[in-house]
Ligand binder design. Structure first.
Ligand code: SF4
Length: 353
């Protein structure tokens, strides 16, 4: 067993992991945790990063029907923020040293690409901040509403000042799972194509997984391998973010018997480090989804980044997250230092600040 492990470890270091190796490691977590921690140390040392950012969910009006969502509202009951309100939120963020503004919202039935561009242009004309905005699902929605292709939409957004896009709406990249949990969302192939198009146009993105609902270990592993394949081709992902499914107040939560255990959390974070090596070296745990204490523990299972300060978090809170809406830079510094690591602020694109 030991010899097998040494051989496998060499193979993984050389960037040659196979799907069955990932299953072997998931069934032998002591080996998995050991190699994930070694790779994290070799790739990132003891530095743990975070970004000072602000989330702005500019509308909760949405034509989607995702079963895990407690955020969406019908047009009559929902909100759409005015540009002035968006600007005042950015001002507040910049006053608190934010370097990134993350903008996402529901799929508003009446908004066109010009409306999305206007938000970016107005922010860019007043502030020097990185704009990380609009998921592949939102890009698809804008294209559909505006009678354009996704590539045309991405070009317009880039011209308006878009710097990068969140790789959300990935959930699990398997159409049989998507059909159950988010039947109106883009299919796997569309998500992949929009992400690759963005990367080709010089717009980097994050990559995500939402785990801990109806998917199997096999689905998780396949999802991470799909991300690896894209990254091998485009090198456009800045990080891989693991998002644990939040079960409260949503239909999917009522279909799922139990919450993923801490052990499952550790395994999927460690698998991400190992499978994505050496193509994507930033593995992020979400303090909002896991809670601060469990996110801190993930630093021992392959994780080197703890995400952002957020300042405003609506989507997870409405599905039962109790981690709060804001984690200050001082809190990040303390949590990282308490774990025996070195805390560093970063930009969205992972330059150390
Ligand atoms: S997850 Fe997004 S697209 Fe799906 S229903 Fe909620 S707001 Fe709409």
């Amino acid at each position: 067993m030991k010899e097998d492990f040494n051989e496998l470890s060499e193979q993984i270091r050389a960037g040659k992991i196979e799907r069955e190796d990932a299953f072997f490691l998931a069934r032998n977590p002591s080996y998995l945790f050991c190699i994930a921690d070694e790779l994290r140390k070799e790739e990132k040392g003891d530095i743990v990063t975070y970004v000072v950012n602000r989330n702005i969910n500019f509308t909760n009006i949405c034509v989607g029907v995702c079963k895990f969502c407690a955020f969406r509202e019908e047009e009559e009951k929902g909100y759409l923020l005015s540009i002035d309100v968006v600007l005042s939120k950015v001002q507040e963020a910049v006053n608190n040293e934010a370097t990134e503004i993350c903008i996402q919202g529901g799929l508003h039935p009446n908004l066109l690409v010009d409306n999305y561009c206007e938000i970016i242009e107005m922010i860019k004309s007043h502030f020097d901040v990185h704009i990380h905005a609009y998921s592949p699902m939102e890009i698809y929605h804008m294209a559909r509403n505006s009678g354009m292709t996704e590539a045309e939409v991405l070009r317009e957004l880039k011209k308006a000042g878009l710097d990068s896009i969140p790789g959300t709406a990935a959930e699990i990249l398997d159409d049989s799972i998507r059909e159950v949990i988010c039947p109106r969302k883009i299919k796997t192939e569309q998500w992949v194509e929009i992400i690759k198009t963005a990367h080709r146009l010089g717009i980097p993105s994050t990559a995500t997984i939402m785990y801990g609902h109806i998917e199997s270990l096999e689905d998780r592993i396949d999802h991470i391998f799909k991300i690896r394949e894209i990254q091998e081709e485009t090198r456009g992902f800045t990080e891989f973010v693991l998002l644990k499914f939040m079960r409260k107040q949503n239909e999917l939560g009522r279909m799922v018997n139990s919450r993923a255990s801490f052990f499952e959390d550790a395994i999927v974070h460690a698998l991400a480090r190992v499978i994505l090596h050496p193509y994507c070296t930033n593995i992020q745990a979400s303090w909002v989804k896991l809670g601060v204490r469990d996110a801190q523990k993930m630093l021992y299972f392959g994780v080197n980044d703890l995400g952002g300060t957020l300042m405003e978090e609506n989507i997870s809170r409405l599905s039962g997250s109790q981690a709060g809406e804001y984690m200050s830079p001082e809190d990040f510094d303390r949590v990282i230092k308490d774990a025996g690591r070195i805390s560093r602020r970063r930009s969205t694109l992972y330059e150390l600040l």
